[in-house]
Design a protein around this ligand. Structure first.
Ligand SMILES: *Cc1c(COP(=O)(O)O)cnc(C)c1O
Length: 427
């Protein structure tokens, strides 16, 4: 569920985020603009945590995948209800720290950590570094010893399951770049336990994103359990099992994602009898997607004589890349719906690329130039993937709480944009 609903405004029904009409935010901040609901963020986190603890998983570490929505105010909102952070770069570690996430709730993942990033993570005292390969194990062992430290690490395994979803966000097949095989994991874990610079505490997996079927997760988790049991049988200590993220969000055109309670029950069932282990999770999309919308304005309704009707927006693929990159579907809702018959539109942005098309042949309520629309379920991998392509200003972000709202990433000025560059001495 989310907190974007139609409310009765002075001029008829209009879409609001919690107690704030989206039109009011658009008027104050301009468009395009991302709007996030604190209540939805908090609710998704607590529903997941309650489902996991309710299923009997004691004190799970729920590390929000920062890459889904790295806005510091969003992270602070989640940290305040107990979220940790799953990070993949020094920049994300710094964001998590700036948001008040305690280092002992930060998990550092990613296939290509640099020496400087590893050193920064060790300096910070992050809870765990998830290692994705043998060279990375060697790197962390070396850097930690140079610093006189012992790094707490987990080995990320690639469980080789087909998770469904888009090929660009599938991560759990052997052909993907992530993690090591089960055999490798056993060997690396045993090696790591004899190294002076690392202390292996567990194993991790993450099989993909926008997963709407529990079966591939269950298959992967069973294999992970088997690995934990084999490691323990070899006399190795395994204290933590990180099951990654990947639960889908409802985008309205696809299968409904599993309920957190069903996800938790599946894990409890799969892990029944496995004792003395802390479970960790790295949800991104399921927490943030439904907690955000992108509000844009209709610039033109361009009805071609041959029949196509283009809805030209002031938002473009640089603001919301998912449709161009993953053929992703976003529900589009008018902020102030008009009466009348729906029409069929191609919804496009102003960028000079055919890829700058949000959707084709979409039936929408009647819209006119100047109307506002909202791309729903845009809180994850939305602003996070935005850019200045076409020298468009970075899209601003607004956080709502109850009947208050705050600009948490202002729209830069054109001077700000130009000030980031400098000339070459010969020019
Ligand atoms: C992207 C990612 C996540 C989050 O995935 P979601 O589908 O947003 O839940 C979690 N863990 C790792 C290692 C990731 O790369």
């Amino acid at each position: 569920m989310n907190h974007f609903e139609l409310v009765q405004g002075s001029g008829g029904p209009e879409l609001a985020c919690e107690g704030v009409p989206l039109a009011k935010i658009a008027e104050a901040v301009g468009t395009p603009v991302y709007v996030y609901s604190s209540a939805t963020l908090e609710r998704h986190f607590t529903v997941l945590r309650d489902a996991l603890t309710g299923a009997g998983l004691k004190d799970p570490l729920i590390a929000f995948a920062v890459k889904a929505n790295p806005n510091v105010a969003v992270l602070r909102t989640l940290a305040a209800v107990g979220a940790g952070a799953d990070v993949v770069s020094e920049g994300e570690i710094r964001r998590a720290l700036a948001a008040g996430v305690p280092p002992d709730r930060i998990v550092f993942s990613g296939v290509g950590k640099t020496e400087a990033e590893v050193a920064f993570a060790l300096e910070t005292g992050v809870a765990e570094i998830n290692l994705e390969s043998e060279p990375e194990l060697a790197l962390v062992n070396r850097v930690a010893q140079q610093m006189g430290k012992r790094a707490t690490v987990a080995i990320r395994v690639n469980p080789d399951v087909e998770a469904g979803g888009h090929a660009k966000i599938s991560t759990g097949k052997a052909e993907n770049k992530f993690g090591v095989s089960f055999g490798e994991a056993e060997r690396l874990y045993a090696n790591a336990s004899n190294m002076a610079g690392v202390r292996p505490v567990g194993v991790a997996c993450h099989i993909g994103s926008q997963i709407t079927d529990l079966a591939p997760m269950e298959a992967a988790f069973k294999k992970m359990r088997g690995l934990v049991e084999r490691l323990r049988a070899e006399g190795l200590s395994v204290e933590r099992l990180d099951l990654g993220g990947g639960l889908g969000a409802p985008y309205f055109n696809s299968a409904t994602p599993p309920a957190p309670a069903d996800y938790a029950a599946m894990i409890a069932r799969t892990m029944a009898g496995l004792t003395d282990i802390q479970f960790a999770f790295e949800p991104g999309r399921m927490i943030a997607a439904n907690a955000g919308v992108l509000v844009a304005k209709v610039l033109h309704v361009n009805a071609r004589p041959e029949g196509r009707k283009f809805l030209v927006l002031d938002a473009a693929m640089n603001d919301l890349l998912r449709p161009a990159m993953y053929d992703a579907f976003h529900d589009i809702r008018p902020v102030k719906p008009r009466e009348g018959d729906p029409a069929t539109y191609d919804v496009v942005g102003p960028i000079c690329e055919t890829g700058d098309t949000f959707t084709r042949d979409r039936a929408l309520p009647p819209l006119e130039a100047g109307d506002l629309i909202a791309f729903m379920t845009a809180g994850a991998y939305g602003a996070a993937m935005s850019s200045e392509y076409n020298s468009r200003l970075l899209v601003p972000e607004v956080l709502v709480k109850g009947d208050q709202f705050a600009v948490v990433r202002p729209r830069p000025t054109y001077d700000d944009m130009l000030a980031k560059e400098q000339s070459a001495p010969w020019l």
